[in-house]
Design a protein around this ligand. Structure first.
Ligand SMILES: Nc1ncnc2c1ncn2[C@@H]1O[C@H](COP(=O)(O)OP(=O)(O)OP(=O)(O)O)[C@@H](O)[C@H]1O
Length: 274
């Protein structure tokens, strides 16, 4: 079993980072996490917990949003990512799939996938091989390859966004909320593909998810963020069994499944107590 604390094969290390937007809004208040080689690591938490901000801090995308890392450090293979712009980061092996998919709507699925290969200089034949590899994992994309992306379903666009990221031959994919807006069966299908890519292609994932249930089913290790802080972390199997995680994030308790309303009032109680 992979352990996120196994320093030997560490790819990504986020060390105690603080992020401030617009010079005043403190959003991350000391977040640390590790992605080991070959890991699927889940970054969990509710709306506004700071998941997307953490991913953007890693891929150096905060500047365009007037955000900056004001404390701590982020290292990829022991190299500070602050020295790299997003395209250099892609060449280093890290790519982010943004929340909301962001396909080029007027391009076909295949044209979208090919845009993911723009940093590569290893020739058309290798790119074609990888396109075939993407179609092996996503047969739906093969069927829809001549369709304009804007006319494909939400699930197909999510697949397209992941497929496009794969075309850069990444070592690590930062995946922001892959389940967003998708039907449960499709969410499982996408997570199953994430697992396959991890096991067969060796791609590591850091995935931000509100859907704790599905994320902990497929991830090896999880970090739970609340109000910009990591409040809990551990192997996914342990988190799934943890009574607080069950209560607050899986909507279950010792007495059985709790309603969302119960959990909400419990959360309010927890806030008053803290
Ligand atoms: N560009 C920005 N300027 C100011 N505040 C921001 C900006 N982007 C995000 N925030 C604030 O930072 C906090 C964390 O947001 P973030 O998007 O990282 O959370 P999240 O965990 O990804 O939530 P969600 O699941 O809703 O996307 C929120 O309070 C949000 O309002």
């Amino acid at each position: 079993m992979l352990d996120a604390t196994d320093a030997q094969d560490t790819l990504l290390e986020v060390k105690n980072i603080e992020v401030i937007y617009n010079h005043v809004i403190l959003v991350l208040k000391g977040v640390s996490l590790t992605v080991p080689k070959g890991g699927i690591i889940a970054l969990l938490g509710g709306n506004g917990a700071g998941k997307t901000t953490t991913l953007k801090a890693i891929s150096n995308l905060l500047h365009s949003e007037r955000g900056e890392v004001t404390k701590g450090s982020i290292l990829y293979r022991n190299r500070p990512v602050a020295d790299l712009n997003p395209s250099e980061l892609v060449k280093t092996g890290v790519i982010q799939v943004m929340e909301g998919r962001h396909c080029f709507e007027h391009l076909t699925i295949e044209e979208n996938l090919l845009t993911g290969a723009y940093t590569r200089r290893d020739g058309a034949a290798r790119v074609q091989e990888d396109l075939d590899m993407v179609y092996t994992y996503f047969p739906r994309l093969k069927e829809r390859r001549r369709s304009q992306a804007g006319y494909t379903s939400g699930g197909e666009q999510q697949m397209c966004a992941i497929g496009r990221a794969l075309m850069s031959r990444p070592e690590t994919i930062l995946l922001d909320e892959p389940s967003m807006g998708l039907a449960p069966q499709l969410v499982e299908e996408i997570f199953q593909i994430v697992r396959d890519l991890n096991e067969k292609e060796g791609v590591s994932f850091l995935l931000a998810e509100q859907n704790t249930n599905v994320a902990l089913k497929y991830a090896h290790y999880g970090y739970i963020l609340e109000s910009g802080r990591v409040v809990m972390d551990g192997p996914a199997a342990d988190l799934r069994e943890n009574p607080d995680v069950k209560e607050f994030y899986l909507g279950m308790s010792e007495e059985g499944r709790k309603s969302f309303r119960d959990v909400r009032s419990y959360r309010r109680r927890k806030r008053w107590l803290s």
